[in-house]
Design a protein around this ligand. Structure first.
Ligand code: IFM
Length: 470
């Protein structure tokens, strides 16, 4: 009898396990298309679709030597290893600060008409409340040059870097510091409102928080899950406060303001393995789900038993977007290693085509992400998408597949208004330094020479064809 009961219990438990895994698999499919059976050139984009390229101050300008990243680049980890691959530093970067005229010309030569950039907060406001006239004028000059060239700007207020004084007071770890970011946003809006319609508040809050407070790969180099979620809550709060402050200013009604959400899907490495599902869904909850839910419901909530508990009412969040920015690159596969530290690891899927970053080419995920973010019911701009490919032997494939996936998402109802390729030219890729080559133009750090890559033509051809149909 005892054995019978034990066997019956085991049978019930294994049926439950199988049913749960089957439910999760059906609810969160990892889409894969048979690319050999698809016509990738069958793509179309709406009239007036915006084509552009993106970059950010610290990565291209040069001379950003007064911010959280410049300090980080000059530090070593406790074991003496440099913070950045091979001890590299952003330094003069692409010298875009001085060469912006030439670079705007390069943008027009691609046939695209928009440039997503972010100014350097540390140059504009070197001390709390003191704005630098020369830096303010510099970005006026950049914007005037864009206008003259027929290039529309999209400005991002915070793209991973901020002044040292802000870092020293605790940055986004402290909710009280948000007022400084709001003041910066208000000043920039007052200055440039007649020249810019599209404003992004914060670039990739989840990446900024995870890399800085969970993985310790970005400044301030902490590894603390609870703090990661608190920083995320503060970033969402900062986004909402900036939105409300700018909207209340003269001209605020004309500004279109969005948050840039990066989506990396977290898929279980073994789809039959419940523990892998637990890890994958946990990551998705913290880095994607909590933010998207907050934008829908006005409540930020992250809960991971024994690790994280953060809840905050943000009633303004559900009305804090005129559009949503999506940055999409790829997905990750997670494998559990319960009982060990850490309790997860990222694994490569054999047969995938890898990029030079630690993820694969996965255009189907771009379609998934667009369909998911479309649930917000807002206009979408793809604020970043691109590939690190030093050999330039995967760039064309990447571009063709991802643009096909975007076209298909538009057919499926996603209201995508524009697409910005990351990046205009090779630049300083944070912890990887200059090793990652994301540029449509290569950029030689020694000579600063820019050269169009062959693979970039896959993009310019689509842009050209889409313009001809406009
Ligand atoms: O270079 C970065 C960018 O700063 C933010 N999004 C991802 C890009 C490529 O890793």
């Amino acid at each position: 009898m005892g054995w019978f009961l034990l066997l019956a219990a085991a049978a019930i438990l294994s049926s439950l396990y199988v049913a749960l895994v089957a439910f999760l698999s059906a609810r969160y499919p990892e889409t894969h298309w048979d690319w050999s059976a698809l016509d990738w050139d069958d793509i179309a984009f709406p009239d007036g679709f915006v084509w552009g390229v993106a970059a950010a101050a610290h990565q291209v300008e040069g001379g950003c030597d007064n911010n959280n990243w410049s300090r980080w680049e000059n530090q070593t980890a406790p074991d003496g290893t440099p913070r950045i691959s091979r001890g590299q530093k952003a330094g003069r970067a692409c010298d875009h600060w001085n060469r912006y005229g030439e670079d705007i010309q390069l943008i027009t030569e691609l046939g695209v008409t928009s440039y997503r950039f972010s100014p350097a907060w540390s140059k504009l406001e070197p001390e709390p409340g003191r704005f630098d006239d020369d830096a303010i004028k510099h970005y006026h000059d950049v914007l005037d040059a864009m206008k003259q060239a027929g290039v529309t700007p999209m400005l991002t207020l915070h793209h991973f870097t901020h002044p040292l004084w802000f870092e020293d007071m605790g940055g986004f770890e402290k909710e009280d510091n948000i007022a400084h970011f709001v003041r910066f946003a208000e000043r920039l809006f007052a200055e440039y409102r007649d020249k810019i319609e599209l404003w992004c508040t914060i670039n990739e809050p989840a990446v900024f928080a995870a890399a800085g407070w969970f993985q310790g790969r970005f400044p301030p180099g902490k590894e603390n899950a609870q703090l990661t979620a608190e920083v995320l809550a503060n970033l969402m709060t900062a986004h909402v406060r900036v939105y409300e402050a700018v909207k209340a200013m003269p001209g605020g009604d004309n500004a279109r303001i969005g948050l840039v959400k990066n989506i990396f899907q977290f898929d279980p490495s073994r789809r039959y393995h419940l523990a892998d599902w637990v890890v994958a869904r946990t990551f998705d909850h913290v880095f994607n789900g909590a933010i998207l839910a907050c934008l829908k419901t006005g409540r930020f909530r992250v809960r991971v038993p024994g690790q994280i508990a953060v809840e905050r009412d943000l009633p303004g969040a559900s009305a804090s977007l005129d559009f949503v920015g999506l940055n999409y690159y790829s997905h990750f596969h997670l494998r559990s290693q319960l009982g060990r530290d850490p309790w997860f690891r990222f694994v490569e899927r054999p047969g995938d085509i890898q990029t030079d970053m630690d993820y694969a080419i996965y255009a189907e995920g771009f379609h998934r992400a667009l369909v998911q973010i479309a649930e917000l019911g807002l206009p979408i701009y793809v604020t970043e998408n691109g590939v690190a490919d030093a050999r330039d032997d995967r760039r064309a494939l990447y571009i063709r597949r991802y643009l096909y996936a975007m076209s298909r998402a538009i057919d499926d109802g996603a209201d995508v208004r524009g697409y910005y390729y990351w990046s205009l030219m090779d630049n300083f890729e944070w912890a990887e330094g200059y090793d990652m080559k994301f540029g449509l133009y290569s950029m030689d750090p020694a000579t600063l020479e820019r050269k169009l890559r062959d693979g970039a033509r896959a993009y310019t051809m689509v842009v050209q064809a889409s313009r001809e149909l406009d």
